[in-house]
Design a protein around this ligand. Structure first.
Ligand code: FES
Ligand code: FES
Length: 910
């Protein structure tokens, strides 16, 4: 409620008189009454720290602070730090790449500000302690801590000159707004006369429902109600149109907990006080299928009538005769493993606003896939795609889940039906209960090798719980068999993965599309094979590592393969860690130390399907060079990396480019930010567009290949040694896009369809990596402390080392969570208190080693990295646990109780 007593606040040194009920949250007053959107809200429950502000110099969670409690006290928000420009701490964050998506950054900065005011040169432990209450899902915290320790450090180095952006530690080009608090996320958008929208959601995993007097209830409360009956188009969507099966609003039956069945829209004052428990819906709870084994039983009810055994789809790759090869093998190991739901837990819950401009529906919301949002929303609302314009907000983390539409069709429906702007901000609980998860898995695998430790064959079978609707289930089912061998030469192979429906949450894309789960069983079995042969575990992997010219399990002739280089790069650390562990364990005691290694490979882009990107670069009549870059930057750095590639291809300094980022109205289609594709696919389009514009410029000026291009006095200046020429854009004709010179280029990776045995060319470019984990296991408590991870990743060509390290550190944090603590239980862990993600205190030391084995297809040799970095972490940790204490973990996460049980089992087997 915004009504209430007058309160006097002092915020950032300015007095404010606000009308506010005394119990209103300080975060709400700061954001909505004072317009200080730099204070973010991730949970409204004191769990995430995104709302941290200073009150009389002390850090408080603004979401838990009643505004009346701080009347008259000195309140400071992130906006105060940047006056007139970023302060030393904010500059340090930029210099170190400490802000990725940026949603946690204001909270981190306020906590760090309080610390450095108290202790000018804090220790690493003091920084970790001071920032311990703020969660970050992107960075793995390393660069944040480094930035705070370096607050008084040297400024940024010189900006790279033309042709030297690639390989430079270029600060994030879109970083300033993130550190000063002006970056605008979905929840930050406001509009006149806006309708606030809330969804009525199913409290049951499976239920029939109907409505009673909707009109009477709406009229009594002064709101409007929308149900499936109001949807003008097809009430079904999916990221893969052929599998569209998810209603925007359910019709008569809810197939999962949290499924939206109706919308209520009204003015903010009305909506704030509305109790949706009183909404006139009658529920009849129905039996729910929660598990894939149960779902596949012959007597199980079908969740979708046309999907026998509740199987959405099965993926299959077969090469050679795996079972026969295994029967002939000197050594064979096998195991079954399972993993649970994993929540993306980005700090920004879904949020956005929709409004009409003429007959075009505009939507500003967080997303990873603007074009897909446009098409799905248009289909649901019965509009032509060009009548929907997606103008993405900054996105506070996605990791795969924001590839699927969430609120876009819902706020779109309200805006379309009412003509008024419609806004929706998911609560943390709503975000966690209704959006996609990592697929739970039940896997079995058998792998063999000969007496020399050479792999002979592998058999893999997995059921992946895809939940109530299809989402990315087909992609997981196809990607897993293609990747389950790991980056090794596997002479005979058979792998099958199925996406199986249950009444669980929808499982979708989450950094790796099922490959991280498959890598866990393959890499842990490799340790057992190495042991059976009597080979060092790193040596075993090196012996079997794929090399240039080898053939993959899909029959693809591989090029630019860098896994051996990654494994070799770990050798010195491996030897040193092994010596250290021996010494520590020789001391005895109940804490046992161990090391483990695991590898990854990952195909960049869609699997055997087209996924083109298009980049436009143009010179304006005023002499600006504009890069239309439609790859969503969700914190991973596309805005910077794509610009670096385009700039070097053009031969112009990167800081001279003007950036126009994703907007379906003004940027060509760069596809979705997923599958580690943007650096490779959009990057290649940027390279081609930059080269094409350069060719035009050189032809116009009759300059040679070595010429450099800069801007000066509204002209393009082209210099080649002693010669120099100018292009005055004001003298040239303007095209329909407003440019006097322009290049637009597309790139679609050359792949081929897979045959019935999964043979073909699923990807044009792969990336590789290997990680070494060092752990300490408390054998009395079952707790695991990861002490250090050394990560070697082959990027082909490192476009930006600063951002690459940030990706590695963030991926490792998520991999550590997958291994040790993250387990989403529907209905029980819908918050960031019960659902644990790694905090700053959980993170190990991380050492990154960047390998450059150029890919012949990638732009300037570059490969993708975003998903690769998570894949080896969990198996490396599990292998280290087993090395430390013999515990073989069969179910993830390796919670203390599971570790203890595995230790007891191992002791029983001795
Ligand atoms: S929003 Fe206040 S702690 Fe999360
Ligand atoms: S940068 Fe911390 S949550 Fe994204």
């Amino acid at each position: 409620m915004k009504d209430g007593a007058g309160l006097d606040l002092v915020v950032n040194g300015e007095p404010h008189h606000v009308l506010a009920a005394p119990g209103r949250r300080l975060s709400d007053v700061l954001r909505n009454d004072l317009g200080l959107i730099g204070t973010k809200v991730g949970c409204d429950a004191g769990d995430c720290g995104a709302c941290s502000v200073l009150v009389d110099g002390e850090v408080v969670c603004a979401c838990l602070t009643p505004v009346a409690h701080v009347a008259g006290q000195r309140i400071e928000t992130v906006e105060a730090l940047a006056d007139p420009g970023p302060d030393d701490l904010q500059r340090a964050f930029l210099r170190h790449g400490a802000a990725q998506c940026g949603i946690c950054t204001p909270g981190m900065l306020m906590a760090a500000t309080a610390l450095v005011r108290r202790i000018q040169t804090p220790t690493r432990a003091e920084v970790e302690d001071a920032l311990g209450g703020v969660l970050c899902r992107c960075t793995g915290y390393t660069k944040i801590v480094d930035a705070v320790l370096d607050v008084a450090g040297q400024g940024a180095g010189p900006e790279p000159i033309g042709g030297e952006a690639i390989g430079a530690r270029v600060e994030r080009l879109d970083g300033v707004a993130k550190v000063v608090g002006t970056e605008s996320y979905g929840a930050d958008a406001v509009a006149e006369e806006v309708l606030e929208v809330r969804a009525v959601r199913s409290p049951f995993a499976h239920a029939r429902f109907d409505f009673s007097d909707l009109a009477g209830w709406a009229s009594a409360h002064g709101v409007q109600v929308f149900t499936a009956a109001d949807i003008p188009g097809e009430n079904s969507f999916s990221v893969i149109p052929a599998f569209a099966d998810q209603p925007a609003l359910a019709e008569g039956v809810a197939r999962m907990r949290g499924e939206a069945v109706a919308l209520v829209a009204g003015d903010a004052e009305v909506m704030d006080g509305l109790d949706l428990e009183e909404f006139p819906v009658r529920w009849e709870e129905l039996p729910a299928i929660e598990d894939v084994t149960e779902a596949r039983k012959a007597q199980a009810a079908l969740i979708h009538a046309d999907r026998a055994e509740n199987i959405l789809i099965a993926g299959h790759v077969e090469r050679g005769a795996a079972q026969e090869a295994l029967a002939r093998s000197a050594h064979v190991v096998e195991r079954a493993m399972q993993s649970g739901y994993v929540e993306h837990a980005y700090i920004e819950p879904e949020a956005g606003i929709a409004w009409m401009e003429g007959d075009v529906l505009n939507i500003r919301a967080c997303t990873q896939a603007p074009i897909m949002d446009r098409d799905d929303t248009a289909r649901v609302l019965g509009l032509a795609p060009e009548k929907v314009r997606i103008r993405p907000a900054a996105t506070g983390g996605g990791f795969g889940s924001k590839l699927d539409v969430s609120l876009q069709p819902l706020i779109g429906l309200v805006a379309l039906r009412t003509g008024r702007a419609a806004r929706m901000v998911y609560s943390r609980r709503e975000s966690m209960m209704s959006t996609t998860k990592r697929h739970p898995s039940k896997m079995m695998a058998r792998i063999g090798c000969d007496d020399a430790g050479r792999l002979t064959g592998m058999w893999f079978d997995g059921d992946f719980n895809t939940g109530a609707y299809s989402s990315w289930g087909p992609t997981v089912a196809v990607r897993v068999p293609v990747h389950a061998s790991g980056p090794y030469v596997m002479p005979a192979y058979r792998a099958e993965a199925r996406a199986v429906h249950t009444h669980g949450p929808v499982s979708g894309a989450f950094r790796g599309f099922g490959v991280p789960q498959a890598a866990i069983i393959q890499e842990t079995l490799f340790d057992e094979l190495a042991e059976a042969v009597g080979l060092d575990r790193l040596a075993f992997r090196l012996r079997n590592a794929m090399r240039d010219g080898d053939v993959s399990v899909c029959g693809q002739h591989m090029r630019g393969v860098g896994i051996a280089e990654c494994l070799e790069a770990l050798q010195a650390s491996w030897d040193a860690a092994m010596d250290r562990v021996r010494e520590l364990n020789a001391l005895g005691g109940t804490v046992r130390h161990g090391i483990g290694v695991a590898s990854c490979w990952y195909g960049c882009g869609n699997t055997a399907l087209p996924n083109p990107s298009t980049i436009r670069i143009g010179l304006t009549p005023k002499g600006q060079v504009v890069l239309h870059q439609g790859a969503m930057d969700i914190g991973q750095g596309a805005n910077t990396v794509i610009a670096q590639i385009a700039a070097d291809a053009l031969g112009m300094p990167v800081h001279m480019l003007e950036l126009v980022d994703a907007d379906t109205g003004v940027t060509p289609d760069c596809g979705k930010t997923s599958a580690s594709r943007q650096t490779v696919v959009t990057g290649k389009a940027a390279m081609l567009a930059g080269q094409a514009l350069r060719a035009q410029v050189l032809a116009l000026t009759n300059m040679g290949d070595g010429a450099g291009i800069t801007l000066g006095d509204g002209a393009l200046v082209v210099s080649d040694g002693a010669r120099s020429a100018r292009i005055d854009p004001a003298t040239l004709a303007v095209n329909e896009h407003g440019y006097v010179l322009m290049a637009e280029e597309s790139y679609d990776p050359p792949t081929s369809a897979l045959d019935e045995n999964g043979q073909g060319t699923p990807y044009a470019v792969y990336g590789y990596g290997a990680q070494l984990a060092e752990v300490a296991v408390d054998t009395r408590l079952g707790t695991v402390r990861v002490e250090r991870i050394t990560a070697a990743h082959d990027l082909g060509r490192v476009i930006n080392p600063l951002l690459a390290e940030g990706q590695i550190e963030g991926g490792i944090a998520q991999g550590l969570g997958l291994a040790l603590m993250e387990e989403y239980v529907p209905g029980r862990t819908d918050n960031l208190h019960d659902y644990l993600i790694p905090t700053i205190g959980d993170m190990p030391e991380i050492r990154s080693i960047l390998i450059e084995k150029p890919d012949p297809e990638g732009p300037f040799g570059a490969k993708g990295l975003g998903e690769h970095v998570l894949i080896p972490t969990a198996p490396a940790i599990l292998n280290a646990i087993r090395h430390a204490c013999g515990a073989r973990i069969d179910q993830l996460p390796a919670r203390p109780d599971r570790v203890l049980a595995a230790i007891r089992k191992a002791e029983g087997n001795q």
